[in-house]
Design a protein around this ligand. Structure first.
Ligand SMILES: *Cc1c(COP(=O)(O)O)cnc(C)c1O
Length: 831
C-alpha cells in the first residue's frame, strides 16, 4: 500500500449536495462547462441533457455507495436476476422521480430557460430487450430497489439494442440502434472486476495432487467480460441497487506467431470476433433463433455473472461453500441463461473441487427458473454437436446431470422407457438436442409461470411429467408493472389528482388506489378525471400528428393495441374489426356512431414474414380509411412506428380502450394490459394470461370479454371450419370480400392472399375467424358504453382503483416470500 494511512481528510468525506433548485443549477453549470467542455455556441442540445443527467446522477452516487456498504455489513442472503434482456427505456425522469427532485428540477430548468420535457426527450431509450420479458426485468429491479431487497440484475451491454423501426411504403424497415453514440451517462465501468469466459477447446481428465481423478477444460479461446454498472434507485428510500451489464472484449494476448511474422492485422482480428458477442440484441420475441452467436451470448452472461458472484463469495468466505446456498439465489429469466446450472456445477467441481454431490446440492438450492411461454416454437433447444463444439466441458456436465436424473425417473417409474425418453434433457433423433427448459426444471428448486392460467397450463401440459415428479417445485408469480414509471412518472395529471384525493401512499402501496372507488360516484371528481384523460389524449394526438401526420380528435374513443407483432396476439383480428367499421360507414350504417381513433404499434421480428405482412396490411387499411371523405372523423387509423418504452409512456395514459385479444391460452401474462388498466383504460380482451386476473379484480361490468376459452380453443382443433364461419356471417363475409377483391391493395393485387389464406385455413392455430363475431359484439358494447359518459368514467376510475394487484412491488414480495427469502436491507441514511 503506497497510500498514507495517516490521512487527515477522508477521501470519502464529501460535502453534501444541495437538493434545492440553486444546487441543481450549480451542478448543471459545472457539468456543462467542466465535465462536458461545452461553450456558448455548442452545436448540440444533447449536452444540456447530459449536464442535467450528470447532476441527477451525483445525487444517486452516495446512496449507491451506502447501499453497497449496508449490504456488505448486513451480509445477508442476496439474489441475482439473470436476464438476456433489460428493456429499461430512459433513466433520467425515473431517477428524478425516485429522488423526489421533480419540482426542484422543473424550477432549476425554468430558471436556466431550458425546456424540461425537451431535455427528457434527448435521452435515448436503453432498448436492451424485445418486449414484455425485457420490460418485466426492468420493472423488477425498480421494485426490488424500492423494497430494499438486495437484488442485483445481470445482463449484457449490447452495443446495438432493439432495432429502430421505420415504415416505408407501409413496410417495416429495420435500422440499427446505436444507442451509445453520445455515450451513456448512467454507466460506470468497473474494469477491476473483469472476468474471463472460456469457449471452444476440449475437456480432459487428469489426476490431481491428491491422486483424485478430475476434469478440466483445456485449450480454450477466452473472451473478457467487462462490467458496466447502472444505478437502480428505489423510491425515496436512499437505496440504490445495481444492474451489472457485461461487455465482451478480446484478451490482450496477441497471437505472437502471427505478430512476429508481420501479420499485425490478423493477430488483432481476434479482438473483433470477441467483441461480436455483446454487439447486438437478437430481435426475436417469443421464438428461438438457433444461432451459435446467441448461445455464445447466453454462456457469456451466465459464466461472467456466476464467476462474479463466486468472486464476491470467496473474498469473504474463502473456499468454504457450506453457507453458499443459504446466502445466494439466482433467478433465471426464461431459459436464456439456463446454462448457468451447468456453469455453477463446473466451477464448483472443477475449480473449487467440491464433490459432484455437494455441488449438485448447492446448485439445486440456489437456482430458480421463470417460464415465459407455452408456445412450442419458443422452447429453446441447442443441437448437441454445436453445443459440444462451443462448450465441451458444459456438455459433459449436462450429460452427467441427465444420467443422474434419468436414474431417478427410472426408480420412480420402473420400466417406463417412454417417460424416460420424453423427460430426457437430451432429445434423441437425427439431430440430438439439448432441451434447455428441462435442464432448468431439473436444476432448479423453483419453476414459476407468470399468471395463474399460464402456471396451471404449464403443469397440465408442457411440464406435466415434471410436475408428477416434483409438484413442490411449481408455482405461480403473476407479473406486474412498476407504478412509479407507469403512472407517477408518465401520467402526471392523474397522479396530481390522485394525490390530492387520497394522498401519495399508492406510489409504494398500490392497493391504496382502492380508496378511489367511492369517488367514482362523485360528479366533481369524475369531471376532473375526464379532464386528466383528455389532457393525456391531447398529448398523444400531438405525437400522432407529428409522427403519422394523422389528426386524432381527443373527443373520440382512443382504441389502442401496442405490443410485439405476432400472430398469436392477433393484430389481424383488430384489423378485421377496423375493416368492418369502415364497411359499416360505407354502407351508411352509422346511427349512434361512436367516433374512434385506432392506434396499432409494435415491431415484427425481421425474419417473421407474416408479422411484416400484417404491418403492411394495417398501413394500407389506414391509408384507405384516413383518405376517404365518407369516413371523416368517424374513424381514424394509424400504425404508430417504432413502439418502445418512451412511446408507451405517452400512449398508455391516453388510452380509453386497451386491446388484449390474444388467442386464449397463448399469452403467458401480458403486462401492457396492466399499464393500460392502471391508467384508467377499459380492456377488451379474451380469457388469457393476466386478463383473467384483471377481470377478477375490476369486475365483469368494467371489462369487455369475448372469445373462446383456452379449453374451447383446445377442443376445436381438428374440426375448425373458418370457411363455414365466414359464409354464415354476413359482416365477416363482407370484410373478407373487401380484403380479397384488393380494396386495400389497389396497385398490388393479391398482396394479402397469404393473410386471407391463413384466416381461411382450417389449421389456423390462432382461430381468427372463430372469435370475429364475439369480438365485434364486444366492440359494439364498448362503443355504446363510451357514449354514456358518466358510466364510462366510473368504469375508468374503477379500472385504476382496482389495479393494485398489478404492481411489481406485489410480484417481488411474492418472489421474495416464496422463492428468495431475502431480508430487506436497512439503508444507511443519506446523512
Ligand atoms: C409493456 C411493454 C411490452 C409488453 O406488452 P404486452 O402487451 O404485454 O405484450 C412490450 N414492449 C414495450 C415497449 C412495453 O412497454
Amino acid at each position: 500500500m503506497s497510500d498514507n494511512s495517516h490521512a487527515r481528510i477522508d477521501i470519502m468525506d464529501v460535502p453534501q449536495l444541495d437538493r434545492d433548485a440553486a444546487g441543481l443549477i450549480k451542478g448543471i453549470q459545472r457539468h456543462y462547462l467542466r465535465t462536458l467542455g461545452q461553450h456558448t455556441s455548442s452545436r448540440s442540445n444533447h449536452y444540456k441533457y447530459q449536464a442535467l443527467a450528470y447532476t441527477i446522477r451525483d445525487h444517486l452516487m452516495e446512496n449507491w455507495k451506502n447501499t453497497k456498504d449496508a449490504c456488505s455489513k448486513q451480509d445477508g442472503k442476496r439474489a441475482y436476476y439473470l436476464s438476456l434482456e433489460f428493456l429499461m427505456g430512459r433513466a433520467l425522469g425515473n431517477a428524478i422521480l425516485n429522488l423526489g427532485l421533480d419540482d426542484e428540477t422543473a424550477d432549476a430548468l425554468h430558471q436556466l430557460g431550458l425546456n424540461y420535457e425537451e431535455k427528457i426527450e434527448m435521452e435515448r431509450d436503453a432498448g436492451l430487450g424485445n418486449g414484455g420479458l425485457g420490460r418485466l426485468a426492468a420493472c423488477f429491479v425498480d421494485s426490488c430497489a424500492t423494497l430494499n431487497l438486495p437484488v442485483t440484475g445481470y445482463g449484457i451491454r449490447y452495443e446495438y439494442g432493439m432495432f429502430r423501426q421505420l415504415i416505408q411504403n407501409g413496410y417495416q424497415v429495420e435500422e440499427p440502434d446505436h444507442w451509445l453514440n453520445y455515450g451513456n451517462v448512467w454507466e460506470i465501468t468497473r474494469p477491476e472486476y473483469t472476468q474471463r469466459v472460456h469457449f471452444g477447446g476440449h475437456s480432459e481428465c487428469y489426476t490431481d495432487d491428491k491422486g483424485m481423478m478430475r476434469c478440466r477444460w483445456a485449450d480454450t479461446q477466452d473472451v473478457l467480460a467487462i462490467p458496466y454498472d447502472i444505478p437502480i434507485p428505489g423510491f425515496e428510500n436512499n437505496t440504490v441497487n445495481t444492474l451489472r451489464l457485461w461487455k465482451a472484449a478480446a484478451t490482450d494476448e496477441f497471437d505472437l506467431g502471427e505478430f512476429n511474422a508481420g501479420s499485425y492485422p490478423e493477430s488483432v482480428a481476434a479482438k473483433n470476433n470477441a467483441e461480436h458477442i455483446s454487439m447486438v440484441l437478437y430481435p426475436n420475441d417469443a421464438s428461438e433463433s438457433g444461432k451459435v452467436l446467441r448461445l455464445r451470448q447466453q454462456y457469456f452472461l451466465a459464466s461472467a455473472s456466476i464467476k462474479d458472484v463466486l468472486r464476491q463469495w470467496t473474498e469473504t468466505h474463502g473456499n468454504d461453500f457450506s453457507q453458499f446456498a443459504e446466502k445466494n439465489c439466482f433467478q433465471l429469466n426464461d431459459t436464456h441463461p439456463t446454462v448457468s446450472v451447468a456453469e455453477l456445477m463446473r466451477l464448483l467441481v472443477d475449480q473449487y473441487r467440491l464433490s459432484w454431490e455437494e455441488a449438485w446440492d448447492i446448485t439445486t438450492k440456489t437456482m430458480a427458473y421463470t417460464n415465459h411461454t407455452l408456445l412450442p416454437e419458443a422452447l429453446e433447444r441447442w443441437p448437441v454437436h454445436l453445443f459440444g463444439r462451443l462448450l465441451p466441458r458444459l456438455l459433459d456436465i449436462i450429460y452427467g446431470i441427465n444420467a443422474q436424473f434419468l436414474t431417478k425417473v427410472a426408480e420412480k417409474w420402473p420400466g417406463d422407457v417412454d417417460r424416460q425418453r420424453r423427460m430426457s434433457i437430451i432429445e434423441e433423433g437425427d439431430v440430438k438436442q439439448v432441451r434447455m427448459a428441462y435442464l432448468a426444471i431439473v436444476g432448479c428448486f423453483s419453476v414459476n409461470g407468470v399468471a395463474q392460467l399460464h402456471s396451471d397450463l404449464l403443469v397440465e401440459g408442457l411440464f406435466k411429467d415434471f410436475y408428477e415428479m416434483w409438484p413442490e417445485k411449481f408455482n405461480n408469480k403473476t407479473n406486474g408493472v412498476t407504478q412509479r414509471r407507469w403512472m407517477a412518472w408518465c401520467n402526471k395529471p392523474m397522479t396530481r389528482l390522485i394525490n390530492d384525493t387520497i394522498g401519495s401512499g399508492w406510489i409504494t402501496d398500490l392497493q391504496q388506489l382502492r380508496q378511489l372507488a367511492p369517488y367514482a360516484d362523485d360528479d366533481a371528481f369524475r369531471q376532473k378525471w375526464d379532464a386528466c384523460k383528455r389532457e393525456n389524449k391531447v398529448r398523444l394526438a400531438k405525437l400522432v400528428q407529428d409522427t403519422c401526420n394523422v389528426e386524432f380528435n381527443p373527443d373520440a374513443m382512443f382504441d389502442i393495441q401496442v405490443k410485439r407483432i405476432h400472430e398469436y396476439k392477433r393484430q389481424l383480428l383488430n384489423v378485421l374489426h377496423v375493416i368492418h367499421l369502415y364497411d359499416r360507414i360505407k354502407r351508411g350504417d352509422t346511427a349512434n356512431w361512436t367516433p374512434r381513433c385506432i392506434l396499432i404499434g409494435g415491431k415484427a421480428a425481421p425474419g417473421y414474414y407474416m408479422a411484416k405482412q400484417i404491418i403492411k396490411l394495417i398501413n394500407n387499411v389506414a391509408d384507405v380509411v384516413n383518405h376517404d371523405p365518407d369516413v371523416g372523423d368517424k374513424l381514424k387509423v394509424v400504425f404508430f412506428p417504432n413502439y418502445r418504452v418512451s412511446a408507451m409512456e405517452v400512449i398508455c395514459p391516453a388510452a380509453d380502450l386497451s386491446e388484449q385479444i390474444s388467442t386464449a391460452g397463448k399469452e403467458a401474462s401480458g403486462t401492457g394490459n396492466m399499464k393500460f388498466m392502471m391508467n384508467g383504460a377499459l380492456t377488451i380482451g379474451t380469457l388469457d394470461g393476466a386478463n383473467i386476473e384483471i377481470r377478477e379484480e375490476v369486475g365483469d361490468d368494467n371489462f369487455f370479454l369475448f372469445g373462446l376459452t383456452a379449453a374451447e380453443v383446445d377442443s376445436i382443433r381438428g374440426h375448425y371450419d373458418p370457411n363455414g364461419i365466414i359464409a354464415a356471417d354476413e359482416d365477416l363475409r363482407r370484410v373478407m370480400n373487401l380484403l380479397e377483391c384488393g380494396h386495400f391493395s389497389q396497385f398490388e393485387p393479391g398482396l394479402f392472399a397469404g393473410i386471407c389464406g391463413a384466416i381461411r385455413n382450417g389449421n389456423d392455430p390462432w382461430l381468427v375467424a372463430a372469435d370475429f363475431r364475439s369480438y365485434v359484439d364486444a366492440q359494439q358494447r364498448a362503443a355504446s358504453a363510451y357514449m354514456d359518459r358518466t358510466s364510462w368514467l366510473k368504469k375508468s376510475i374503477y379500472n385504476t382503483a382496482f389495479s393494485g394487484k398489478f404492481s411489481t412491488d406485489r410480484t417481488m414480495e411474492d418472489y421474495n416470500r416464496e422463492i428468495w427469502k431475502l431480508t430487506p436491507i436497512t439503508p444507511l441514511s443519506a446523512a
